[in-house]
Ligand binder design. Structure first.
Ligand SMILES: Nc1ncnc2c1ncn2[C@@H]1O[C@H](COP(=O)(O)OP(=O)(O)O)[C@@H](O)[C@H]1O
Ligand SMILES: [Mg+2]
Length: 289
């Protein structure tokens, strides 16, 4: 362990002065004591908009954190800081206990952080292997594109993710949303992602494709990959999350385990920005109307 201060008495969201002090680990196997990702006191502002305020959160191997909150709560901005798309103004990020600087997407990739967005960012005119290796093409010893290796590697990984996938030679524009999202996920994990950020990965998908992505997500978790899942779908989040992090106006309201809360309580946190114990009877009555 290179970090210190796993003091079990420290409250989770104490206004932090010691920036590097890790949050106490949640109850779990001892080998999960070092978070894959520890974000500490992250702040990000756009002009006058303080999009992320003093956010601290841990992600453990094989854990999925559901990140929820109303539009503009700061979820995507927080995740973009981890992905290197927009560095934080202040705060610290630790990967496996080690302080790191993530200034751009290349830095993020170096720490095995991959991001999947709802927009299904694939090249429409090329096939699955072409998309898998876009920008990271395999070449032969004489420097030409190694199409057969790219195809066989794609077959291997897609077999692991979705054994029914057969459309290796079709332009991805002809594929369903679920198949396309499987390619995006395959691409991330082929390049050894240990930390996956999924920002509304099923927003563009129908129910059966969403179910496919859920199966994929469970499999990735079982392989020890840590996942941040941003979702507006409270049912998805309850179904998949080990812990749920609620954000409100840039702050973390609370981090809770699905077994410890009802979906109404989480909705209350999203709408009111308060923990269930802090909500008044009047506010509850308003929520119910
Ligand atoms: N590139 C940007 N420029 C200016 N303001 C931004 C930018 N990105 C996000 N914001 C603002 O930051 C806040 C948080 O946005 P965002 O992280 O997208 O929220 P969420 O993903 O929770 O809906 C919002 O007020 C949003 O308008
Ligand atoms: Mg967003």
């Amino acid at each position: 362990m290179t970090t210190e201060g796993t003091d079990m008495t420290q409250p989770e969201m104490a206004p932090s002065t010691a920036a590097a002090a890790p949050l106490p680990p949640p109850p779990g196997p001892a080998d999960q004591a070092t978070p894959l990702v520890a974000m500490r006191n992250i702040n990000i502002a756009f002009g006058g908009v303080h999009a992320v305020r003093d956010v601290s959160i841990d992600l453990f191997p094989g854990e999925l954190i559901g990140l929820v909150g109303h539009n503009g709560a700061g979820k995507s901005t927080l995740m973009r800081a981890l992905a290197g798309a927009h560095p934080a103004d202040s705060g610290e990020i630790f990967i496996n206990g080690e302080a790191v600087t993530i200034k751009n997407p290349r830095d993020a990739k170096r720490y095995a952080i991959e991001t999947i967005y709802q927009t299904l960012a694939l090249a429409e005119n090329i096939d699955a292997p072409g998309n898998m290796f876009l920008g990271r093409e395999l070449t032969t010893r004489i420097g030409t594109l190694d199409d057969s290796s790219m195809e066989s590697e794609t077959r291997k990984i897609m077999h692991r993710l979705n054994p029914n996938f057969r459309s290796f030679a079709q332009p991805v524009r002809n594929l369903s949303g679920g198949q396309r999202q499987a390619i995006a996920i395959a691409r991330a994990i082929y390049f050894n992602a240990k930390i996956l950020v999924m920002d509304e990965p099923t927003a563009a998908l129908g129910p059966s494709e969403t179910a496919q992505v859920h199966d994929l997500v469970r499999q990735l978790k079982s392989e020890g990959i840590g996942i941040f899942l941003v979702s507006h779908d409270i049912h998805d989040v309850f179904d998949l999350s080990d812990r749920i992090c609620v954000m409100y106006h840039g702050r973390v309201v609370d981090v809770v385990r699905p077994a410890d809360v009802t979906s109404d309580e989480v909705l209350g946190m999203i709408i009111l920005g308060k923990r269930p114990t802090e909500v008044t009877q009047e506010e509850l009555a308003v929520l119910r109307t």
